[in-house]
Ligand binder design. Structure first.
Ligand SMILES: Nc1nc2c(ncn2[C@@H]2O[C@H](COP(=O)(O)OP(=O)(O)OP(=O)(O)O)[C@@H](O)[C@H]2O)c(=O)[nH]1
Ligand SMILES: [Mg+2]
Length: 259
């Protein structure tokens, strides 16, 4: 059976590659604060030859969160680079030609909502969606200042903007991809810098006490924090588990799931 392709798109540095790494539970796609992804890469969830990158950028990994579905994450470059106009072309080409029934649109909650580049790419995606499913990932929620920013307000205004563009009942997943990635790396005893370990503990405090995302997910996927499950709890609290469950539900709605 062919894997279900899930294509990730969005503006530069919104966190597409970090989110794929978080879902995969491995550092596979390069992610950094400068324009980073320059071409299309594909990550498959199979075990093959100890996870080595293939010449054609194919990579197969064991992904604990997606053990039952044969999937392929497609990473694309950010579309609004002024220095690399070709990046936008590559991504728009992938949206037209990749046979991906699911698109994850990654938005940077910290400063990219309502800006022109986001609106014009959203319009492009809408025009080329052709019946495919789309999930919106509202990333970098950890950058919110709980004293002034409101996740609920951001979701409602984004939802209005998306409805105006023609997306009906959009699924919006607020999350912190970086927290999800660090949490999975810690849970599987992978190498982390002391900066990452320290920041992970800050994130734990933030998502336990100050930025509460459960309202966005509880109606669909209720979860009660459990004792002695600190990584599992944080994966839910930072929104990654909710996004994974929406992705799995979408795969299952396609009639492709073995779950
Ligand atoms: N605070 C915070 N930073 C994040 C999060 N996700 C990603 N980042 C950071 O944002 C920067 C860009 O992340 P990438 O994953 O490279 O973003 P991208 O969308 O793939 O970027 P391009 O491929 O260049 O378009 C990196 O420094 C990440 O560490 C998040 O949830 N919270
Ligand atoms: Mg990238």
């Amino acid at each position: 059976m062919e894997p279900v392709k899930i294509l990730f798109t969005g503006t530069v540095s919104s966190g597409k590659s970090t989110l794929i790494n978080a879902l995969a539970g491995h550092r596979v796609c390069e992610a950094q604060n400068e324009i980073c992804t320059a071409g299309i890469s594909r990550v498959y969830n199979e075990v093959l030859d100890g996870c080595r990158r293939q010449a054609d950028q194919r990579l197969r990994l064991k992904m604990r969160s997606f053990e039952k579905d044969l999937i392929c994450f497609v990473d694309t470059p950010g579309v609004d680079s002024s220095r690399h106009a070709e990046h936008g072309e590559i991504t728009r080409g992938a949206l037209r030609t990749e046979n991906a029934p699911i698109v994850v649109y990654v938005l940077n909650a910290d400063g990219q909502l309502g800006v022109d580049a986001t609106a014009s790419h959203l319009k492009y995606v809408k025009e080329h969606l052709r019946g495919r499913s789309i999930i919106f990932a509202l990333n970098k929620i950890d950058k919110y200042n709980p004293a002034v920013d409101s996740v609920e307000r951001s979701i409602s205004s984004l939802s209005r903007e998306l409805e105006d563009l023609g997306f009906r009942d959009p699924v919006i997943c607020p999350l912190s991809a970086i927290t999800g990635l660090w949490c999975k790396l810690a849970a599987t005893h992978r190498r982390m810098t002391s900066y990452e370990t320290r920041r992970l503990e800050d994130m734990r405090d933030l998502f336990e006490n100050e930025i509460i995302l459960k309202d966005a997910y509880e109606p669909y996927f209720p979860y009660k924090p459990r004792k002695n499950a600190k990584h599992k709890n944080l994966l839910y609290q930072c929104g990654l588990t909710g996004l994974e469950l929406f992705i799995k539900k979408t795969i299952s709605d396609l009639g492709r799931s073995t779950v």
